[in-house]
Design a protein around this ligand. Structure first.
Ligand code: AMP
Ligand code: MG
Length: 324
């Protein structure tokens, strides 16, 4: 693979020039940092897969700057899709829509739908407006690892492999977009994410949720194990916490608003939101996982979050991080 002297900066023109040459660059979004390339260029897409070590069966999300742009790449827009677009774009909402031929098959892993969204980040929206093509962008981390929420996370893992990281500060949402598809009149959620089910239902009525998609050909990349730190992570099983305590392990904890009591002095505890705010907790989740993963601990213990709002996406990520 080609080696680069990776630069971190906020120069949209530098990112634009590289993307126009078919290179891939790190970009900020409101959800997590993306690894972006020209979505209409199969060779750029290949580079994304190779830098991430991502299997080709895991399709990429296409990023654009407006609803009229989306219309250029999709063959049809169901009424409820249009409603959701009007309410939540730009935002943490990805729609699965029938694709037009100009989206290469490598982007969609051969599926006839394309996953498409408008990111709510000023730098990246500006970049998309200046480019004559949309950007394919999965999260900017090696396949299976924790998603990056600051430019330095991208640098730590992909330095040398990409020429540029556009630094747009810390992401404000902190978990990936919610993926929504349509079956007849039904709205189906395929990935829990930064836009909550409650918000979607307020606009589109009752939705179906189909997130255990390891065997679901509709969303091939939704693997059971994902977002995983190298240190074993245990999620919401108190008896395993007790066992780790009894064995005098160095435990890292991921808590909501209250620390766990009765742990030894080698413990490192992170409260994702001392004020009990699920949005703040989601925003801090991945950085906390990275922090604990590099703190010389034996085990990470994560509590179960309230099963509402962004708590559902947090629990989903922790569950997948815990499966080995
Ligand atoms: P990521 O880019 O890492 O946030 O992951 C994108 C995820 O979106 C994939 O793992 C798939 O589960 C889903 N996805 C992307 N494109 C499609 C598509 N065309 N049809 C169904 N699911 C998709
Ligand atoms: Mg990812």
């Amino acid at each position: 693979m080609q080696q680069f002297n990776t630069i971190i900066g906020n120069d949209i023109q530098a990112a634009k020039a590289l993307l126009q040459k078919g290179e891939v660059v790190g970009i900020p979004t409101e959800t997590v940092y993306g690894l972006a390339g020209n979505a209409l260029n199969g060779d750029a897409a290949l580079k994304i897969f190779s830098v991430k070590n991502r299997p080709y069966f895991d399709p990429l999300i296409v990023h654009t700057h407006s609803i009229s742009e989306i219309e250029k790449y999709v063959a049809e827009i169901p009424d409820k899709a249009r409603l959701l677009m009007q309410h939540f774009m730009p935002g943490a909402l990805t729609l699965l829509l029938k694709k037009k031929d100009l989206i290469p098959d490598i982007i969609t892993s051969g599926l006839d739908t394309v996953a498409i969204r408008i990111p709510a980040h000023p730098l990246t929206l500006q970049l998309l407006k200046e480019l004559p093509f949309p950007l394919a962008a999965p999260s900017a981390n090696p396949f299976g690892y924790i998603s990056p929420t600051i430019a330095a996370h991208v640098y730590d893992q992909l330095k040398g492999k990409i020429p540029y990281i556009l630094d747009g500060g810390a992401t404000t949402v902190g978990v990936e977009s919610t993926i929504v598809g349509f079956e007849g009149d039904d709205v189906v959620i395929y990935r829990l994410g930064g836009l909550t089910i409650e918000e979607i239902e307020r606009v589109a009525g009752k939705v179906k949720v189909n997130i255990n998609a390891a065997s679901n050909p509709k969303t091939p990349g939704m693997l059971k194990s994902h977002y995983a730190p190298a240190v074993p992570l245990v999620f919401g099983e108190p008896e395993l916490l007790e066992a780790a305590k009894a064995a005098n392990k160095a435990i890292g904890t991921i808590c909501f608003d209250t620390a766990i009591t009765g742990l030894n002095s080698r413990t490192k505890q992170i409260l994702l939101s001392p004020n009990g705010d699920l949005n703040e907790a989601a925003k801090n989740l991945f950085a906390a996982m990275r922090n604990l993963d590099t703190s010389g601990l034996d085990i990470i213990y994560a509590v179960r979050f309230p099963d509402e709002g962004l708590g559902r996406a947090i629990n989903d990520r922790l569950k997948r991080a815990s499966v080995k």
